[in-house]
Design a protein around this ligand. Structure first.
Ligand code: ATP
Length: 312
C-alpha cells in the first residue's frame, strides 16, 4: 500500500555560492562576532537540496567534498529546516538530500547555501506563508551569510553580514575559483588570526567602499578588479601560504585581480570576459599551479525552488 508520505512530492531548491567583493572587518564585538562591511556577489556554483517528507529528520550528502560534511544535527540545512518547522508549526519531519558543487570550508558559504535552499524547499513543501522579513530573521539565526543567499544578486552586508541591502549592479562578471587542496580553513580560526594581528591596536568600524559600489554599477570588470579587497586575506595567507602562490599564479596567467574568497582558502580570480576565464582556467591547471578550478559567473539569483519534473 502507498503511504500518505509517499504521495507528497519532494521539493528541490537550488542555492548559489558567494564571493565577497569587499570584506571590511571591524573590531571584535562582545558576542564574539565582528562587525562587517561587505559587498556580496552570488555566483553560479550551486548546491541542490531536496526535501522529502519522512518519518524522521535526517540528511544525506553527495557531490563535491561530501565526506567532510556532517549529516547529523550539525548540518546547517537540517538546522534551518528544523527551525522553520518549529516557528511555522509544521511538524512533519523531512529527509534532506544535499548535492554539493560548492567547495566545503572554502570561504564560499556552502553550508549557508544549503541552509537557504532547505528553507525555501521546506517552505514550499509545507506551504508555509512567511513574510520575507521574518524569513530573513530566521535565516540570520542559522548563519550570517544565510539571508544573503536567500536574496542573491549583489548586496551590501552589514552587522555581522546578516543585514542585507541589495545594490544596483550591471553586467556579468567571469570568475575562476581555485579551491586550495587540503583541509579548508575554519572561519573562527581566520578571525582569531585577524584578532591576534590587531592585538593592542584600534580597529576602526568598517564602511562599504564607494569604489566597489561604483565599479559594480559600471559593469566594468577592470574597475571591479581595482576595487576588490579583503581584510582577512593576510591572515588566510599566513595560515595557508599556498593561497599566496595561487594568487600569484592567477595574476601571472592574466587574471585582472585575484583575492581570497571570504575567510578562504578558495582563491577568486576575476577575468575580463568568458574567453579570458577559459584561458585562465586552462593555464592554471595545465601549468600545475592549480589541481582544480571552477568557473562561474555572477551575479545570479538567490535560493529558489526548481520546477518539479513532469511525469508523463
Ligand atoms: P563561511 O564562508 O560561511 O564561513 P565556508 O564556505 O568556509 O563557510 P562551509 O562549506 O559553509 O564553509 O562549511 C563550514 C563548516 O560547516 C564545514 O567544515 C562543515 O563541518 C560545516 N557544515 C555544516 N553543514 C554543512 C553543509 N550543509 N555543507 C557544508 N558544510 C557544512
Amino acid at each position: 500500500m502507498t503511504s500518505a508520505l509517499e504521495l507528497q512530492p519532494a521539493v528541490t531548491a537550488r542555492a548559489p555560492a558567494k564571493v565577497n567583493l569587499e570584506l571590511g572587518v571591524g573590531p571584535r564585538r562582545d558576542d564574539g562576532y565582528h562587525d562587517l562591511a561587505t559587498v556580496y556577489q552570488a555566483v553560479g556554483l550551486h548546491d541542490d537540496v531536496t526535501a522529502a517528507p519522512a518519518d524522521e529528520w535526517g540528511c544525506t550528502v553527495t557531490g563535491r567534498d561530501a565526506g567532510s560534511v556532517p549529516t547529523d544535527e550539525g548540518n546547517l540545512a537540517l538546522v534551518a529546516a528544523r527551525l522553520l518547522a518549529e516557528r511555522s508549526g509544521a511538524r512533519q519531519p523531512v529527509h534532506l538530500s544535499i548535492h554539493k558543487q560548492i567547495p566545503v570550508a572554502g570561504g564560499m558559504a556552502g553550508g549557508s547555501a544549503d541552509a537557504a535552499a532547505a528553507l525555501v524547499a521546506c517552505q514550499e513543501l509545507w506551504s508555509v506563508a512567511m513574510e520575507r522579513d521574518e524569513l530573513d530573521r530566521l535565516a540570520a539565526e542559522v548563519g550570517s551569510d544565510v539571508p544573503f543567499l536567500l536574496h542573491g544578486g549583489t548586496a551590501v552586508g552589514s552587522g555581522r553580514g546578516e543585514l542585507v541591502t541589495p545594490v544596483l549592479a550591471q553586467g556579468t562578471y567571469h570568475w575562476v575559483f581555485v579551491p586550495v587542496p587540503g583541509e579548508g580553513l575554519s572561519t573562527p580560526e581566520v578571525y582569531a588570526a585577524f584578532d591576534a594581528r590587531h592585538e593592542g591596536r584600534r580597529v576602526s568600524e568598517p564602511t562599504p567602499g564607494a569604489e566597489v559600489m561604483s565599479a559594480v554599477r559600471s559593469g566594468d570588470p577592470s574597475a571591479l578588479a581595482a576595487a576588490l579587497s579583503n581584510d582577512l586575506q593576510p591572515d588566510a595567507v599566513a595560515l595557508q601560504p599556498r593561497i599566496g602562490e595561487i594568487i600569484g599564479a592567477a595574476l601571472e596567467f592574466g587574471a585582472l585581480a585575484a583575492i581570497v574568497s571570504g575567510s578562504g582558502p578558495t582563491v577568486a580570480a576575476l577575468a575580463s570576459g568568458q574567453e579570458a576565464a577559459i584561458d585562465l582556467a586552462v593555464s592554471l591547471t595545465a601549468s600545475g599551479a592549480a589541481e582544480d578550478v571552477l568557473r562561474a559567473t555572477g551575479p545570479v539569483h538567490g535560493a529558489q525552488v526548481l520546477p518539479t519534473p513532469r511525469l508523463t
